[in-house]
Design a protein around this ligand. Sequence first.
Ligand SMILES: NC(=O)c1ccc[n+]([C@@H]2O[C@H](COP(=O)([O-])OP(=O)(O)OC[C@H]3O[C@@H](n4cnc5c(N)ncnc54)[C@H](OP(=O)(O)O)[C@@H]3O)[C@@H](O)[C@H]2O)c1
Length: 325
Amino acid sequence: MGKRLALQHHGIEASRLVLGCMGLGGGWDREPVTQAHVKQAHEAVEAALSAGINMFDHADIYTLGKAEEVFGRVLKERPGLREEIILQSKCGIRFEEGPGRPGRYDFSKEHILSSVDGILQRLGTEYLDILLLHRPDPLMEPEEVAEAFAQLKRSGKVKGFGVSNMSGGQMRFLQSALDEPLLVNQLELNLAKLDWVDAGVHVNQAAGTGVSFPDGTLEYCRSEKVQVQAWGPLARGLFTGRDLAGESDAVRATAALVAELAEARGVPREAVVLAWLMRHPAGIQPVLGTVKPQRIADCAEALKVELTREEWYSLYVSSRGERLP
Ligand SMILES: NC(=O)c1ccc[n+]([C@@H]2O[C@H](COP(=O)([O-])OP(=O)(O)OC[C@H]3O[C@@H](n4cnc5c(N)ncnc54)[C@H](OP(=O)(O)O)[C@@H]3O)[C@@H](O)[C@H]2O)c1
């Protein structure tokens, strides 16, 4: 029941939880990386490893490259670590670079290849375990992406490939041109943003017309053994202690229910919120956005929690704020 990770079908022994590294490296600016940022990265990595986490998620854009840069410092200062972990990064998003060079998505072969060179250089490693295309590029040519992937695979720079924020239809289209199986789709999934559950529940109903989650995406991933990863899994702390001033009654009631379930089990609230995601049979891998050691440890307690069907539905319906159809 959702226990086996799809990645295992591809021979990748990843932990159930992934540490997201978007919070490392300081601000999204051109200020240099400091010793404090390196220390923070060391502490986050240590907390993750202690919690049994062996997979780390990056993107070339995070803190404008500094997240990868500080992580590279950690790898350099911890010899042997690189081989023990699964490193994932993403490319394809380009920020505005002055007049005539707007913010854009770029799945051209040239951009994918040069992005990977930048990622490897910042991380100070010779290979990435998994490269994700960050957001769908409307100008994507699957054959061109296939050429880039084949070249990266041949050169040993990237071992496996995946996508992020893509629909099942987009994946099927891209996959048709690839020699390699897509291994991952990383999507925003959590207890606050419920479109991914509502889409299935509201089939054939007027209430479903406003649901934005692309039909068949989770089903495609499950049947094709694509690892579903959840970004934003903690809903940025909405149900686990963040200030709720101005939030709806449904959010307050759900935060209270999370607290009640956590107390009954003697676990932190984060464990309940993540266990809710992991109870879904898609075998979701939450990508944690916190870099605080204590919160990382709290999140890891989710592995001890198995919610009942009744608890899962109670949380879902509470957060929906309305009864099931
Ligand atoms: N593929 C994509 O398009 C995409 C987009 C965004 C992110 N990501 C990836 O997914 C990871 C997670 O995303 P996310 O950061 O949005 O997820 P998240 O895990 O839902 O949120 C983490 C953020 O919430 C804060 N937070 C958690 N609990 C809190 C509480 N009780 N009170 C106050 N603040 C709290 C954390 O702060 P503290 O650090 O203080 O704990 C952190 O800033 C990222 O690191 C990145 O790797 C991918």
